[in-house]
Design a protein around this ligand. Sequence first.
Ligand SMILES: [Zn+2]
Length: 551
Amino acid sequence: MDLAGLKFTGNGQLLKWRRDLLDTYTIHVEVPAGVQEVHATLDFLSPATLESGFTAGSSATEKMAVISWNQVLLYPKGWTADQLTYSASVRLPAGWKFGTPLPVSSQSGGEIQFSPVSLYTLVDSPIITGEYLKVVPLNPGQTPPVELDIAADSPGALDAPKEVWDAYSNLVKQTVGLFGATHYRDYHFLYSLSDHVAHFGLEHHESNDSRTSERTLIDPELRIEHASLLPHEYVHSWNGKYRRPADLTTSDYQQPMQDDLLWVYEGLTEYLGEILSARSGLWTPDQFRDELARVAAQLDHRPGRTWRNLQDTADAASLLYYSPKEWDSWRRDVDYYDEDELNWLWADSIIRAQSGGKKSLDDFCRIFHGPPSTPPMVKTYNFDDVVNTLNQVVPYDWRGFWTERLTNHGPGAPLGGIEATGWKLVYDGSRSEMMRAWEDSHRAINAAFSVGLFLKEDGEIEDTIEGMDAARAGIGPGMKVVAVNGRRFTFDVFRDALKASTTSKQPMQLLVENTDYFRTFNLDYHGGEKYPHLVRDESKTDMLGDIIRAH
Ligand SMILES: [Zn+2]
């Protein structure tokens, strides 16, 4: 879509081309006899306004840019990504600095020539560049070196307190300690802080392309909300890039991938990323537990599991990443992130219990992802390899465990791990620090666990939870709450009405606008505000505390 100006020449002559009718990413070029070399030129039309879409989304501002090679290159058919060699170069705006895992062969002013690498390595090695670029070594004097390369839209956004840099240094120590080996030559966190680029995290073998709001590192609420992003993407260097599902491993970018093992690729990464956030101090133990409570509560209000099992969220990943966000609880989303965080916690608790506290999921990681240290390489696996390695750590019916976890239809979330590690999911009227941070940064109210509504500050209904009071009354996403109990909607008016519901005999009355029409809905709800928390189950030991303790 964003490829333009495409021209091919041979012996100085313009060559004819036509797109393949079945595979629209393939271009057929007519090469006349006698032409030994074909030259291609093209432009990438970088999105001018804020657009999502991973590396195809907004990637450049006045002050910074991320260059993703997959957006700016072609490759000839008939070779694997390992077999093709590329000599890449870039010209940057005057004075801009850059960070990348790609080896530099020469540099003159803003012209940078990189060493020849395979197509695979090139696509796996983006560049971050900007006027304000801060490089923070995270393990000075150690090999392989790890650094943060942060580009921001303002110098002030880079002025984070010392404890932030210390926590990211701890992250490297804790993560390398967890796996016991590395599989990169050096590693770069390429971190964009901007309100004008697409926000996401994308893993690479020797780097990650992570992008959040400009003020993430200097605003305490944004900081805790996004704390687990970099840990998650870093873990992917081991789980995803080094160890990769066999059917997700393709020889070039044209081959379709099969997503059935994303519950390991993403699910285990999500679990490890979150516990490493706590082990490294990016989160306090309370913040970690509050986030776990939010995840568990959200999954416990997911009626879509009655028709779609967890395995199907992985199998349908290529659809679900781009699906609308409305009716999420009924459609289900890419749940193999959050739900498998709960499942891997459960697996961790089983290993700890079965081994009498001698083994943990850390041991699985050391066998599966650990020594010996290597440069970037791919070691593929399948379902049996996961089951066999778990059995190597501690014998158990792991095949049965994962088959049940992937195919059951609930009704509720898999809370076995939370319960086995000494905690209980409860709801009360107080918002945790994590929930407050989420609501503040989204300018929204999460009333999912009371009446089943997500509301924006103007009353717009982002989503409803199927089966909860609002949805049962006929309210749906896309509508807008105009008034509550006869008074114009504000967050405070809505919260006060929820609080008052516990003593009121009257239903909660919502005046709702839907496609220019107004209607009143009565919710016979008397439960007050409800927010999730984890509380200790004193009858069990606090295994969760051991899981998130720094090593
Ligand atoms: Zn991931």
